[in-house]
Design a protein around this ligand. Sequence first.
Ligand SMILES: NC(=O)c1ccc[n+]([C@@H]2O[C@H](COP(=O)([O-])OP(=O)(O)OC[C@H]3O[C@@H](n4cnc5c(N)ncnc54)[C@H](OP(=O)(O)O)[C@@H]3O)[C@@H](O)[C@H]2O)c1
Length: 263
Amino acid sequence: MPQLTAIITGASEGLGKSFAIELAQRNFNLVLVALPGSSLPQLASYIRKNFNIRVDELEMDLTDADAYPGIFNYLHLTGITAHMLINNAGLGNWAWFEDKNILFYKKQIELNVITPVLLTRLFLEQCDKAETSYILNVGSLGGLFVVPKKQVYGATKSFIRYFTKCLQLELSGSKVRISLLSPGGINTKPELLVMNNKLKGIGKATIMEAEDVARIAIDGLLKGKKEIIPGLANRFLVLLNSMLPGVVKESIIRNRLKLILKS
Ligand SMILES: NC(=O)c1ccc[n+]([C@@H]2O[C@H](COP(=O)([O-])OP(=O)(O)OC[C@H]3O[C@@H](n4cnc5c(N)ncnc54)[C@H](OP(=O)(O)O)[C@@H]3O)[C@@H](O)[C@H]2O)c1
């Protein structure tokens, strides 16, 4: 198989970094994107040393609408055609709505919603229509369940769910495969690890490591799966969610809210 090229947004840390290593192991050339001043150059040089692939790194703020068409200008100038786009960069939060200021929400909506939509649009423009191309949109189970303190984050991930499912219909019959990744909690940062370690029972069972999520996601994407839900416990929760009546779900959420208010 000829070497294919994947663009990964938010590649310096967390899940994005795991995607980079997973795809390097599968012999993909990489275009890695993250904020200026991140650990991206170190990751790129580690991958270059350990894998026989081409790695290009682009440091830019993906909430800057003028900056990110630069990804595709760069590809055009360097003669690279990308075959895969991983829309991974995202900004989460765990806070009451009134505890974050408007600039935070503006950034969150820009990074989680506007950036993936516009990058997808630009990616499709440069695709070789005769070859298979892949898009992975990183959503979250938070886009399916109503979780207090995740109001705007969950809404952005619901947007990504709708957007991806709709594009799947529009692009059926083409050579573009588009998958939605819906993970539960992932141990991507020390603060999440501390929080996740306090969980018990099914809550604890839903937490996964970034390397496992990345491997399952790329397997699913290459197989053309429409939605990838890593982990048995997470798939069980989604099944339960589809079976429970709305009133029962609301009562579970209200009980959870009481617990959160006490903590
Ligand atoms: N962690 C979870 O529990 C979880 C669960 C479900 C879904 N997800 C989703 O998975 C994705 C990755 O999450 P994560 O936990 O791995 O996140 P993370 O550790 O915070 O990593 C985010 C990445 O995005 C980059 N980034 C942030 N703002 C950017 C901007 N304005 N422009 C360019 N790059 C930017 C960061 O670069 P810097 O290093 O320079 O900041 C970093 O590489 C997100 O879409 C998230 O919503 C995460």
